[in-house]
Design a binder for this molecule. Structure first.
Ligand code: FAD
Length: 473
């Protein structure tokens, strides 16, 4: 049997990126079992009915157009020393270099009843189709656990389909990894207005039902009734509480793993010189703090794969780590964040200063003007930007990316204060101001006030020199 130059296990964003960049340079294969790679991010909107489910399927040509081979198979084991993978069908494929891009799978906490019918995670085509079928087959009540971006997108989709839905999270606020509490008021009110029940600061303690789930018990003793046991209506509890890296294949391979994934260096190399890994299956660090953090996003998986592809083509590039720029949408409000929230920054040991800019998405004299709020998080000692959050009536990803660039390039508050911005009636506030600039100005003002206060305090604590005081020197 021939030996492939490169075998990639996994056909998600990381695997596809590698195929696109390396397919015409190497004899390579991408192996993945599912019939279609998925546009996961669009799945909530297919459930909502905004697009047909098939629109979430990626085309195989994304892999094959470059000349890479696509093998629709499940890899059951890896023989690292002899450099081959074993396929479920029994075949064996030899490689010179192996890339593991097996992604991550949803976490389902092992509470009592977690295996009841109707309890699921949300990741695959099958998951999406199951939820759509349940909606078609009379689903009336559902619980979504986890108020991160995926959870809030899913509850809104279910609500649009007229399903009574409760969103449960152990944190006191929604989008706890993206937004500080003061930024969550408007989005939380929107969810409540849409008729979504919120059970915040609550954990699921058990799921009950005879064969399928019919009741969700929370740690405060509250029970969320889905359907009576004998009801003909289906029930649904979806856990969107995070993912764990898919490491099944790594057992006994000698490839080192950590608690959140495969250990790689900045060149995406594992401890085995000819084995690499990238995407959700790896453990990596924050580019800001150097600490291991979660960064299970397609917008991290793709850049990691690009760095690896460049290195396999002879460059020497290093992946800097996660900034975790991300966005979602709640009702008519676009939500974005990047870097560290105040609580994450405080946990990381930063002394934080923040500034808020509140303006509008258009010249206020124009039609369809919406509020825009930008919050900047900076390190008070260095004035370096370390995070930002945005709520807007218009898409925010460009502003999020600008703030990420500011973080990447180690900009300080003065750099944002001095930003040379553009303005146009449909697309921004008046030339008179810019929300990001306003937030930086406010943070700088807060710093000045703080330093004046501490100077005053020092002055007050130092006894004034009195004329005629005896010289003790
Ligand atoms: C509903 C939803 C919405 C999301 N929205 C966003 C968003 O808006 N923005 C964003 O940046 N990210 C989003 N994400 C996260 C994003 O989808 C993941 O970070 C991304 O898919 C990771 O890419 P990956 O290639 O590392 O892994 P995956 O996409 O998980 O792909 C892993 C691949 O490995 C294959 N595989 C695993 N084991 C084997 C095996 N033994 N043999 C063969 N193949 C195997 C799998 O079948 C799959 O093809 C969302 C995720 C979900 C579920």
């Amino acid at each position: 049997m021939s030996t492939k130059d490169i075998i990639v296990i996994g056909g998600g964003p990381a695997g596809i990126t590698l195929a696109k960049r390396l397919g015409r340079h190497f004899d390579m294969a991408v192996i993945r079992p599912e019939p279609h790679s998925m546009i996961y991010c669009a799945m909530p909107y297919a459930i909502e009915g905004l697009l047909p489910p098939e629109k979430t399927f990626k085309k195989d040509e994304l892999v094959t157009a470059s000349g890479a081979e696509l093998i629709r198979e499940h890899v059951t084991s890896i023989n690292v020393p002899e450099k081959y993978v074993v396929l479920e069908s029994g075949g064996i494929l030899h490689f010179q270099r192996l890339v593991i891009a097996t992604g991550a799978i949803p976490l389902i906490p092992q509470v009592p009843g977690a295996r009841l019918e109707g309890v699921m995670g949300f990741k695959t085509q099958e998951d999406m189709e199951t939820i759509i079928n349940l909606c078609r087959n009379g689903l009336r009540n559902a619980v979504v656990v986890g108020a991160g971006a995926i959870g809030v997108e899913l509850v809104q989709a279910l609500r649009t389909r007229n399903i009574q839905v409760t969103l449960v999270d152990m944190l006191p606020t929604i989008l706890g990894n993206m937004l500080d509490e003061d930024m969550t008021t408007a989005p939380t009110e929107i969810l409540a207005r849409e008729g979504i029940q919120l059970a915040l600061s609550r954990r699921v303690s058990a799921l009950e039902g005879s064969s399928r789930v019919s009741r969700v018990l929370l740690d405060n003793g509250q029970a969320i009734e889905l359907e009576p046991d004998d009801s003909e209506h289906p029930t649904l509890v979806v856990f969107c509480v995070g993912v764990r890296p898919e490491l099944t294949l790594l057992k006994d391979t000698g490839i080192e793993v950590g608690p959140t994934g495969i250990l790689v260096d900045g060149r995406m190399q594992t401890n085995i010189p000819y084995v690499y890994a990238c995407g959700d299956c790896v453990q990596f660090k924050s580019a800001l703090t150097g600490e291991v953090i979660s960064g299970k996003l397609a917008t991290n998986a793709v850049p990691m794969a690009k760095v690896l592809a460049a290195n396999l083509l002879g460059e020497d590039r290093v992946y800097p780590g996660f900034y975790n720029g991300a966005a979602t949408k709640i009702g008519e409000v676009y939500v974005g964040s990047t870097g560290l929230t105040v609580s994450a920054a405080s946990r990381a040991g930063f002394n934080v200063v923040t500034g808020m800019g509140k303006l509008f998405t258009r010249f206020p004299v124009m039609p369809d003007v919406r509020p825009l709020t930008v919050k900047l998080v900076a390190d008070a000692s260095s004035r370096r930007i370390i995070g930002g959050q945005i709520l807007s009536g218009a898409p925010v990803t460009t502003q999020v990316d600008l703030l990420t660039l500011a973080i990447q390039k180690k900009c300080v508050l003065e750099d944002i204060r001095d930003l040379s911005y553009s303005a146009q009636p449909y697309q921004s506030f008046f030339p008179a101001n810019n929300a990001m600039v306003m937030a930086a100005e406010q943070a700088l003002k807060a710093l000045r006030t703080q330093s004046e206060l501490s100077e005053n305090n020092e002055r007050e604590q130092t006894p004034p020199l009195t004329v005629g005081q005896p010289d003790r020197s």
